[in-house]
Design a protein around this ligand. Structure first.
Ligand code: 5GP
Ligand code: ZN
Length: 102
C-alpha cells in the first residue's frame, strides 16, 4: 500500500531496524515505546486490521514470530495488544501486534 507507514518501512523507504523478519512478517521497535520493550510484529501483507483478515493462517504466523522474538530478546513476561479500528485507538491502518514488556 503506497502511503502506509509500515509498508514504507518494509520497502525501506522509511529507515527502521528490523529486529525479526521471516517470509510472512517482520518486527520493529515502536518509535514511541510505552514499556521498557515495545515491539510491533507486523504481517508483510497489507491487511488493514483483524477485521480484514481472510486467511487466519497469518495470525498463527504472527504468534509464532512473537515466540521466536521473545526467545531472541530474552522476554519471558509480556502483554500483547491489537488495536482494531480507529475508535479502539488504531492509528496505523496496517495490522500489527504490540508486544510490551517491562
Ligand atoms: P496503533 O495505535 O495503530 O495500534 O499503534 C501504532 C504504533 O505505531 C504506535 O505505538 C506508534 O508509536 C508506532 N509508530 C507509528 N509510526 C511509526 C514509525 O514510523 N516507526 C515505528 N517504529 N513505529 C511507529
Ligand atoms: Zn501497509
Amino acid at each position: 500500500m503506497k502511503d502506509c507507514i509500515f509498508c514504507k518501512i518494509l520497502r525501506k523507504e522509511i529507515p527502521s531496524e528490523f529486529i525479526y523478519e521471516d517470509e510472512h512478517c517482520f518486527a520493529i521497535n515502536d518509535i514511541n515505546p510505552k514499556a521498557k520493550k515495545h515491539i510491533l510484529v507486523i504481517p508483510k501483507e497489507h491487511i488493514e486490521s483483524l477485521n480484514e483478515i481472510k486467511d487466519f493462517e497469518i495470525v498463527k504466523k504472527l504468534f509464532e514470530a512473537i515466540s521466536k522474538i521473545n526467545i531472541k530478546e530474552n522476554i519471558s513476561h509480556f502483554k500483547t495488544l491489537i488495536n482494531t479500528g480507529a475508535k479502539a485507538g488504531q492509528e496505523v491502518m496496517h495490522l500489527h501486534i504490540h508486544v510490551l514488556s517491562d
